[in-house]
Design a binder for this molecule. Structure first.
Ligand code: ZN
Ligand code: ZN
Ligand code: ZN
Length: 122
């Protein structure tokens, strides 16, 4: 597993600067789950046409892709998962006051232990 100590310091967006920040935001816009509009997070699953879903939407809906009606597969979107690991995300519980911003691979770990967790479910 990749280690990254970025989140030990003050959680803020300033270390993502200039073009990196713009790129980060552009990619974030792309990797939203088409069903729930929250950011995709690993494991990410695909329909036969290549649409991605978060795990929750993938499990909850019928066997068909809500976007195009194609059959869902158990295939994972491995490269996209790696991109997720490298991008910066706000903590899911930021709406409750958490100010943590970390790489995807760290933020998932953080969210499982976030002190704002008690206010809402992931
Ligand atoms: Zn979803
Ligand atoms: Zn589809
Ligand atoms: Zn948090």
């Amino acid at each position: 597993m990749m280690t990254d100590s970025f989140c030990q310091g003050t959680p803020q967006m300033t270390f993502v600067s200039g073009s990196d920040k713009i790129l980060n935001k552009k990619i974030l816009d792309i990797i939203k789950c088409p069903k729930c509009a929250y950011f995709l997070r690993p494991p990410m699953f695909l329909c036969t046409e290549g649409h991605n879903y978060c795990e929750e939407c993938f499990r909850r809906n019928s066997s068909r892709c809500p976007e195009c009606g194609a059959v869902k597969t158990e295939n994972r979107s491995v490269q996209l998962e790696q991109i997720h690991n490298a991008l910066f995300f706000r903590c899911f519980f930021s709406r409750f006051g958490c100010r943590m911003i970390c790489r995807g691979i760290i933020i998932r770990l953080h969210e499982s232990q976030c002190s704002f967790r008690m206010y809402g479910n992931l």
